[in-house]
Design a protein around this ligand. Structure first.
Ligand SMILES: Cc1cc2nc3c(=O)[nH]c(=O)nc-3n(C[C@H](O)[C@H](O)[C@H](O)COP(=O)(O)O)c2cc1C
Length: 212
């Protein structure tokens, strides 16, 4: 088998992303390309938090919105991640688009989204997912799949008609980045990396190229 690290450059590496000046504009470009290339969930990102002992924790979530203010995801506030974020509202995110051989690495502070934002997003979810959000006690021990199905059936029976309201405790968070790094694979591990940093969201970004 030939060494995959010596494959020719794909057309995706054409155009020098390291010249980018605005990390959100570059993120938008890369996400759009990932939406075309990835087989599923181009908006999936690893979310890293730390627990009260400082031990890191990581899991995948779906990014449901982003703009200059940050990257938004939704979950349960009583979940493991919700409790960790309540204790220490800082997080790191990682997008890895395998077929594009790219990653975007983000660090920042975390704030809850507004009630209105959470309501608006919850209303867009399929009814089964809304019912599931009521029935799941996310990250708590579950005795059996059957117990979960019973809980789902009970909630579904309460909402045979009409809209399902957002459950208390189901909400979203926004990670406001202080650092965003773009990484793109290059042959022989001579990868391209650029990092944008800012001290606070009011400061301008500074850009640095990093050794791979
Ligand atoms: C691709 C993918 C996307 C996911 N998206 C979400 C999400 O948006 N929100 C969520 O609460 N869990 C999501 N999950 C499940 C989480 O990874 C995790 O199992 C769950 O949130 C419980 O994590 P916690 O115990 O650390 O709170 C997703 C899992 C995968 C694999």
């Amino acid at each position: 088998m030939s060494d995959p690290s010596i494959r020719p450059q794909s057309e995706l590496t054409a155009g020098d992303f390291t010249a980018a000046q605005n990390p959100f504009a570059l993120f938008a470009e890369w996400l759009a390309e990932a939406t075309r290339s990835e087989p599923n969930d181009p908006n999936a990102m690893a979310l890293a938090t730390v627990d009260a002992d400082g031990l890191p924790d990581v899991r995948m979530v779906l990014m449901k919105g982003y703009d200059e203010h940050g990257f938004v995801f939704y979950s349960h506030i009583a979940s493991q991640k919700g409790r960790e974020l309540a204790d220490n509202p800082k997080a790191a995110l990682l997008f890895h688009w395998k077929s594009l051989r790219r990653q975007v690495r983000i660090r920042g502070t975390v704030t809850p989204v507004t009630e209105a934002e959470a309501d608006a997003y919850f209303a867009t979810r399929p009814k089964q997912a809304q019912i599931g959000a009521w029935a799941s006690r996310q990250s708590q021990p579950l005795e059996s799949r059957f117990a979960f199905e019973q809980a789902i059936a009970k909630v579904a029976a309460r909402h045979l008609v009409g809209e399902v309201p957002r459950p208390p405790g189901w909400s979203g968070w926004r990670i406001t980045p202080s650092r965003i790094e773009f990484w793109h694979d290059r042959p022989f591990r001579l990868h391209d990396r650029i990092e944008f940093r800012r001290d606070t969201p009011d400061h301008p970004w500074t850009k640095t190229r990093l050794y791979p």
